[in-house]
Design a protein around this ligand. Structure first.
Ligand code: ZN
Ligand code: ZN
Length: 684
């Protein structure tokens, strides 16, 4: 061992540099005083005492840690690998966000042993610097320090993250050389690494190598098969496994769901004898990824009935389901559950809450969450700006964009979609164009198709059809169906039959399978009374075998999602709903409403058309809501298609006659009906 004095002097100088290097000045945590040891007492500090101080008191304060560090140097404990390793571990705490400092200290340790090296390996992953792990290993090899079974799982992970295939294979050969391939942990980490590279065969070879093959290895292999899309192999292995644990089932469930086989996943879920909260969130997540929000929420209810407590990490996805279904009550339940359990609301959960409240029509609650949230990410701002946008609150959305920049956060391409949308909905043409032009010039964001679409919508809504056409011609990218769709919609609203016809036929060529495009074109013809052309479009659609998507509307009441389809008599309360509908119609007619039959775009008798209109799913849902809620209650409806002109007009009147606020989300946007008006200003 080197004499202390020789080691200490140069290192203390280096420590000075380290202190200068670090920019974060951390204050002493409350209740902790700076260490004040006399020279005598520090020399007497035992190894145990030093380790104790490091492990207990150096977790939060970098300044404190530095002071302990200098004592360690003074007392010669730095020579002790347990002490110096623990010191490195403290510096590597991700809380300090300064892994370079940990590496500096590590580099000062003479001949670090495997204990110290493993600490650096682990720290590099925790700090999101996997490359450091690989270079630390090279140093280990150079210094002849023998790796152990804790070394390789971390290295395999680092290779998986960085996609270092060659390196990974080399590490595997070292594992074999050191006789460590029998270890279960190393095996499962290796299997995960290989499958992350898509090398299923190599993974399988590793599984079949001699040594321990525990359930964790099997689970890793099943997961790998499913990640690589080899469903049959996964099923076969699952079927013949000698022993399964809950993790095995969970792996299968989430893997199958990821492969789009949600039915199979559900069957397995139902067959499980014992489930944990991961099983529940796996199936809920699976449904959400497939867009089956109703099913997701049903499982969530079942989970509550079975008294399984959801963990905080599973809540954002459930909130997504609530947002998509407009299920405000359930969303609120989750929020109060979070409060009751004092869960920390991090940026992800906060963003999900904001999104849910905004999409369920409660901007006030969204604001509240937004303002209380301490850590906001760009996505959080986007959620709030997007929320304002869908409710047509353009000024506030732009205001928030400014505030975001004041907080030194850079808006991204999603932010601009929201703000431009907001401008479009509020008819703020000049602002919108100015923002669009600033994207590239000021923010360095290349406008994408969505942004072009927003501008087309912006101009089209304002009735500037000529400008819209010119803008489309000037676009740097070839317009896609969405762009033409926005123009077509503008033609519909502003009654421009000539251009609408032209664009409509372009669209039918571009997207022959999209039933909505046929509907839009036939609407344009119907509005102009050109029934022959309506029939022509209908016939073409029939000949091409395109089926219309049936309209369906959902309403949330007492924690249940009620779904209504057009002309659907299956709801148990259909009789009373029709009675209510009749009475609504009478009141509407007294206010001068006459059904807008021009939009029923097929050639049938007027009376039949009226019946068809009356049976639109959103009207049925609304009648149901009026029956089952107290006067004055706001009604929330979610529709799968674009709301029709007749329903829109009727809803405006109903909001006035019945003094109800109605918040309806259709496929495209939000409609907030109040006092005979709609927030969309009749453009959607
Ligand atoms: Zn309708
Ligand atoms: Zn509207």
């Amino acid at each position: 061992m080197l004499p202390q004095s020789e080691l200490n002097v140069p290192f203390c100088k280096k420590l000075d540099n380290i202190e200068k290097m670090s920019t974060t000045a951390t204050n002493f945590p409350s209740g902790l005083k700076p260490l004040e040891f006399s020279t005598e007492s520090t020399t007497k500090l035992s190894q145990k005492k030093v380790l104790d101080i490091l492990n207990k008191k150096c977790l939060n304060s970098l300044q404190y840690l530095r002071q302990v560090h200098s004592i360690i140097l003074r007392t010669g404990h730095f020579q002790d690998h347990y002490v110096s390793g623990t010191l490195v571990k403290c510096y590597a705490n991700p809380h300090f966000n300064n892994f370079a400092l940990a590496i500096k200290v590590f580099d000062q340790i003479p001949r670090p042993n495997v204990f110290v090296c493993n600490i650096v390996l682990k720290g590099s992953l925790e700090n999101g610097e996997p490359h450091e792990a690989i270079s630390c290993y090279h140093k280990m090899v150079f210094l002849n320090s023998k790796p152990n079974k804790f070394t390789y799982p971390t290295l395999f992970k680092a290779c998986a993250i960085t996609g270092s295939v060659k390196q990974g294979i080399q590490f595997h050969s070292h594992v074999v050389k050191h006789g460590l391939s029998v270890d279960g942990h190393i095996k499962s980490a290796g299997i995960q690494m290989y499958t992350s590279f898509g090398l299923v065969k190599e993974a399988r070879k590793m599984l079949d190598e001699r040594g321990e093959t525990d359930v964790i290895c099997w689970n890793a292999m099943i997961d790998g098969y499913l990640k690589c899309g080899e469903v049959e192999e996964a099923k076969e292995m699952f079927g013949c496994m000698p022993y399964k644990n809950v993790g095995t089932w969970n792996t299968m469930i989430s893997g199958l769901a990821r492969c789009g086989m949600i039915e199979n996943a559900r069957t397995l879920f139902n067959d499980m004898e014992e489930r944990d909260e991961i099983s529940w969130s796996a199936i809920i997540d699976g449904y959400i990824k497939q867009g089956c929000f109703k099913e997701a929420l049903e499982v969530f209810h079942k989970m509550q009935r079975e008294k399984v407590k959801p963990r905080p990490y599973s809540l954002p996805s459930v909130l997504t389901a609530c947002a998509n279904l407009g299920a405000l009550d359930q969303g609120r339940w989750i929020h109060s559950y979070v409060k009751r359990n004092s869960f920390q609301v991090n940026a992800v959960l906060g963003t999900a809450l904001i999104d849910m409240y905004a999409k369920c029509g409660r901007l006030d609650m969204a604001w509240e969450v937004f303002e209380k949230l301490r850590v906001k990410e760009v996505s959080t701002w986007n959620a709030m700006i997007g929320g304002l946008s869908i409710h047509g609150r353009a000024e506030e959305a732009i205001e928030l964009l400014k505030k975001m920049q004041e907080e030194k956060l850079k808006p991204n391409s999603v932010t601009f979609v929201s703000v431009l949308n907001a401008c479009a909905h509020a008819g703020m043409v000049e602002n919108g164009i100015a923002l669009f032009n600033s994207m590239n010039k000021v923010y360095g964001i290349e406008p994408k198709m969505e942004h072009f679409g927003c501008v087309v919508d912006l101009l089209g809504r304002a009735g500037l059809i000529k400008e819209t056409e010119r803008f489309i011609e000037s676009m740097t990218v070839k317009p896609n169906a969405a762009i033409w769709g926005a123009l077509l919609n503008a033609c519909r609203v502003h009654g421009n039959v000539e251009l609408g016809e032209k664009v409509g036929w372009i669209m039918l060529d571009m997207e022959p399978q999209n039933s909505g495009r046929y509907a839009l074109l036939s609407n344009i013809y119907a509005k102009a009374g050109r029934w022959g052309d309506v029939t022509r479009v209908r016939k073409l659609m029939k000949d091409r075998g395109i089926k219309t998507i049936p309209g369906s509307s959902m309403m949330n009441l007492d924690g249940r999602v009620h779904e209504f389809k057009m002309g659907d008599g299956s709801h148990p309360e259909m009789k009373s709903i029709y009675v209510m509908l009749e009475s609504i119609m009478k009141k509407l007619q007294m206010e001068g409403y006459s059904p807008n039959t021009s939009i029923v775009s097929f050639d049938i008798e007027e009376e039949e058309k009226e019946t068809a209109l009356k049976q639109h799913s959103e009207k049925i849902a609304l009648a149901f809501g009026l029956i089952h809620t107290e006067p004055g209650t706001t009604l929330h409806i979610v529709k799968n298609l674009r709301v029709c002109e007749d329903c829109h007009y009727a809803f405006k009147l109903i909001s006035q006659i019945y003094r109800r606020e109605i918040i309806m989300r259709d496929r495209v946007r939000y409609h907030h009906f109040r006092n005979g008006m709609c927030s969309c200003k009749d453009f959607w």
